[in-house]
Design a protein around this ligand. Structure first.
Ligand SMILES: NC(=O)C1=CN([C@@H]2O[C@H](COP(=O)(O)OP(=O)(O)OC[C@H]3O[C@@H](n4cnc5c(N)ncnc54)[C@H](OP(=O)(O)O)[C@@H]3O)[C@@H](O)[C@H]2O)C=CC1
Length: 259
């Protein structure tokens, strides 16, 4: 079954990431599989069904499974038993689990199925088809679905998958870092709007530099730093070894909880 022959994609758990995936599938128009949504997340599901042709809300999670070839599970880890236990899923379906911290073996026990289960980590940028989505194991149909949403990056094993999952836990700290820079500037008399615009502009350019695959990350840091200059000063006085260790310890703790 090629991605183009997927007739129905189901989504159980229509929250932040479920919505982004549906919006990504419909982004830019063109042929796209039918989408069947779970009834929970009712407001978001109704909004998507209203906006997009071929997107409908089902009466139950079981109906989502019955109508779809590929079923995306995007409920929180704490809700997955309630959402999935007791459902019947035929072995010819493909399950895609977006849930962080739910191992494939656990999910297989809950679903009591021999259907292929693929884990994936799409990012909210999937809505503009700009998410590089880590997947495990590689699966032609699922990977081509995520290629369509920005790119698929299959990894070798579930341990590698969990490491990538931990990395995604650093994103909001990054936004909070930028908000801290902005509020420091406003505390020093810069108008909120100007501080906000300036910080966004600075880091948008960082984003652009990251697209340059010819330079390593440490090379990019070196290239942006004048010896003895301002960047070196902040890097060495603030992002010092203790700070770097605190970050890696936080990631180690997160990884331990994800495995
Ligand atoms: N946000 C992100 O960027 C990413 C999230 N993920 C993973 O995706 C999952 C969802 O995250 P996120 O979208 O942020 O969370 P949200 O809380 O935004 O969405 C979870 C959704 O699940 C629904 N839900 C809860 N119980 C059930 C049920 N029994 N049946 C059907 N739906 C149910 C909720 O409905 P209701 O509103 O009615 O409670 C809600 O709409 C998590 O496991 C997370 O690890 C993975 C990659 C990225």
């Amino acid at each position: 079954m090629g991605e183009d022959t997927v007739r129905g994609v189901g989504v159980i758990g229509v929250g932040e990431i479920g919505r982004a995936v549906v919006e990504g599938l419909r982004h830019g128009g063109g042929a796209s599989p039918e989408v069947h949504l779970s009834p929970r997340g009712a407001r978001t599901a109704a909004d998507l069904a209203k906006r997009f042709e071929g997107v409908r809300v089902c009466a139950s999670n079981q109906e989502v499974l019955d109508r779809s070839d590929v079923v995306i599970i995007a409920v929180g880890r704490q809700d997955h038993h309630e959402a999935l236990a007791g459902l019947t899923i035929e072995d010819d379906k493909t399950v895609v689990s977006l849930m962080a911290g739910v191992a494939t073996d656990d999910l297989r026990r809950t679903l009591a199925t021999d259907a292929p289960i693929v884990r994936a980590i799409p990012l909210p940028a999937a809505r503009e088809r700009r998410s590089v989505t880590v997947t495990y194991p590689a699966h032609p149909v699922v990977d081509s679905l995520f290629e369509r949403l920005g790119g698929a990056l299959p990894v070798a094993d579930e341990d590698a998958f969990n490491v990538c999952s931990a990395l995604t836990g650093t994103l909001t700290a990054h936004y909070a870092y930028l908000a801290t820079l902005t509020s420091w500037a406003t505390d020093h008399g810069i108008a909120q709007e100007a501080a906000d615009r300036y910080v966004r502009g600075l880091f948008r350019n960082v984003g652009r530099s990251l697209g340059d695959q010819t330079r390593s990350l440490s090379q990019l840091a070196t290239d942006h730093e004048t010896p003895g200059g301002n960047n070196e000063r902040v890097r060495t006085t603030w992002f010092d070894p203790a700070n770097a260790t605190a970050l890696t310890n936080a990631l180690d703790g997160l990884l331990a909880d994800l495995t």
